[in-house]
Design a protein. Structure first.
Length: 619
């Protein structure tokens, strides 16, 4: 019996994840809530589902009846999340009732309605239940993929209770595969989600998952005693949780598993003097297992206690314990052959130790009979599962056929509609053709009568159009001559101004009496000449500058750039150096550096931002 109980207990809790041993007042509270006349239909459906869940172990058939009664009410609600929630509850109830076919039917309905709602927690819960069923059927890899999909639906919804359950199941799968890295990862995620949820049941499960990880890790690293201590610490945390909040914890199955795991640690890794400590935890596990009807835990508890008595040499007491265990298991579930067979096998072994071959043979025959019944039951279960799978696949095939038929009918409908529309269009076209032909015949005579009048009118219009074009040509010619005269006058005026300035500069050159004034006048004249000389170059400089360039600069600087700043920027855009810009603007090169710094400030550029690079982006 000293076997690896961590995995066994994981499987037990997965198989009965909602061994819902609720306090009676919870069931009464839900029943009382249903008697309220002003209860909304949504709350009534949810309450009925929760009530069915609370009765799942104590009165499974009545629980199924309550859940099925909630289905018609949920059908009256526009949001399908309520129907999905009820069907998801029925998946668990039918599993407890060992009805594999109904489990798959309820699961298919739950997933179908969950797909119709936008409620992500309900979607996640339905997919969790799908992964849970796959895990029960031994499809561990498919279960992991489904559970991860459920987590995607739950992400960001705050449904930490569901998330904790999913992480627990994933950790259990990795425990079966001896993948300690992922087992630890998901066990820790489950503990975090359980703490965030504030759900005491999920917290107890998370403690048990963490303890199981450290137990497995210690088996691979027996020299690291700290791993064993960590396993004990998490188990003790779980037991203390039940000690403090037992009245508020729903799943007492967790206590049975945690206590049994703790007893197993003391039995397997501690000296014989700790047998009393192990016995204490076995008693806790047995009491909780009897309360929650966990047959595997009950069987193991009686097996361990019997071994203790055998070690003391008390064979009679050991036999009494095993027989009592067989009786308890039979009273709880007559068809539970596996656990009873284990205890009967232990009785056969005990009889051999006692030297009683008759009793040993008797127990062995009984063990063989139970083992045969177990084989038949498992074969029936496999048959039912295969039948459910066949029905599911047949349903999928029927759905595909229906979809194909519907698609074909839809195409035929489209074809019929197209043909009808084509016939209508053809008829309208024929009617329209005769109408047009009739109108054409009537108008033909009018056209012939008006043809002469139209011809004369056309000739008159052509004559008027020719006169209008001739007048426009005279007007354009006069406008062009006037512009040429204005341009010539402007040119002459510039030439006269230049001659006057040259004459003035010549006279000033001859008179040296007022050198300072003369120098200033010369500078003004030179500047005026430079302005004239630069007109052509300015035009060439700015021919390629787009108006949007200046608008973008003004917008970037909040219209703080001066005209000189804009001219400076335009010179940068055409690729002039600072020296060339200084020559164009007639300033010192140092002034160009200060101007660049001032422009960067107005444009809001940073120290690392280059003015040239920024202006290049505006081209």
């Amino acid at each position: 019996m000293k076997q690896n109980l961590g995995l066994i207990c994981f499987v037990v809790l997965i198989c009965i994840p909602f061994a819902d041993i609720r306090a009676q007042f919870i069931t009464d509270s839900l029943s009382a809530r249903l008697t309220q006349k002003n209860l909304s239909r949504e709350d009534r459906v949810t309450t009925m589902a929760l009530l069915a869940k609370s009765k799942s172990v104590s009165d499974t058939k009545n629980a199924i009846r309550i859940a099925e009664a909630a289905l018609p009410l949920s059908s009256q609600l526009p949001d399908t999340k309520y129907k999905a929630f009820v069907y998801t509850t029925l998946v668990h109830l039918h599993h407890i009732n060992s009805d594999v076919l109904q489990v798959h039917k309820a699961l298919d309905s739950a997933l179908w309605y969950a797909d119709k709602t936008s409620d992500r927690p309900v979607k996640g819960f339905a997919w969790f239940r799908k992964g849970w069923v796959e895990g029960l059927e031994g499809k561990s890899h498919e279960a992991i993929a489904t559970l991860l999909q459920a987590l995607k639906y739950l992400e960001g919804t705050g449904a930490f209770t569901y998330e904790s359950r999913i992480y627990y199941n994933i950790a259990g799968s990795y425990a079966e595969w001896n993948d300690l890295v992922n087992e630890k990862k998901y066990a820790q995620l489950g503990l975090q989600a359980a703490i965030q949820s504030g759900d005491l049941d999920e917290l107890a499960s998370a403690y048990q998952a963490m303890a199981t990880y450290y137990h497995y890790a210690y088996e691979k690293q027996p020299a690291n005693r700290a791993l064993l201590d960590s396993a004990l610490i998490y188990n003790i945390h779980g037991i203390q949780l039940f000690s403090k909040h037992g009245d508020h914890i729903i799943f007492h199955s967790n206590l049975a598993i945690i206590a049994l795991n703790t007893a197993n640690l003391y039995i397997s890794y501690f000296p014989a003097k700790y047998k009393d400590t192990a016995s204490t935890y076995l008693q806790i596990a047995q009491a909780a297992a009897l309360k929650s009807r966990q047959l595997t835990v009950i069987s193991l508890c009686y097996g361990f206690m019997s071994e203790f008595e055998v070690a003391k040499g008390n064979y009679k007491k050991a036999e009494e314990l095993l027989l009592n265990g067989v009786s308890v298991l039979h009273s709880f579930e007559p068809n539970n052959f596996r656990n009873r067979a284990q205890l009967i096998e232990a009785l056969s072994t005990l009889a051999e130790k006692k030297g009683d071959p008759v009793a040993a043979l008797k127990y062995y025959k009984e063990y063989h009979e139970l083992h045969q019944k177990l084989y038949d039951a498992e074969k029936l279960t496999i048959t039912n599962r295969l039948e459910a799978q066949y029905e599911s696949e047949k349903k999928d095939a029927a759905l595909k056929t229906l979809r194909h038929t519907a698609a074909l009918n839809q195409k035929l409908n489209y074809l019929y509609i197209s043909l009808a529309l084509a016939a209508i269009i053809a008829l309208l076209f024929i009617i329209r053709f005769f109408q047009v032909r009739l109108k054409a015949t009537l108008h033909q005579q009018k056209l012939l009568e008006n043809e002469k009048a139209a011809a004369s009118l056309h000739a008159r219009l052509k004559e008027e159009e020719a006169m209008r074009l001739l007048a426009e040509q005279h007007l354009l010619q006069e406008r062009q001559e006037r512009l040429q005269k204005e341009l010539l006058a402007g040119s002459l005026q510039v030439e006269q101004k230049n001659e006057l300035l040259q004459a003035l500069q010549k006279k000033i050159g001859e008179d040296k009496s007022g050198e300072i004034v003369i120098k200033q006048i010369n500078q003004i004249i030179d500047q005026d000449k430079r302005i004239d000389d630069q007109q052509a170059s300015y035009k060439a400089d700015f021919d390629n500058i787009r108006p949007e360039f200046f608008e973008q600069l003004k917008e970037k600087s909040s219209n703080t750039l001066s005209r000189l700043d804009l001219k400076h920027c335009s010179y940068i855009s055409i690729g002039l150096t600072n020296k060339e810009i200084a020559q164009r603007l007639g300033v010192a090169p140092k002034s160009i550096l200060m101007a660049r710094y001032r422009i960067k400030l107005k444009l809001g550029l940073g120290k690392e931002d280059g003015l040239d690079e920024y202006i290049d982006t505006l081209k």
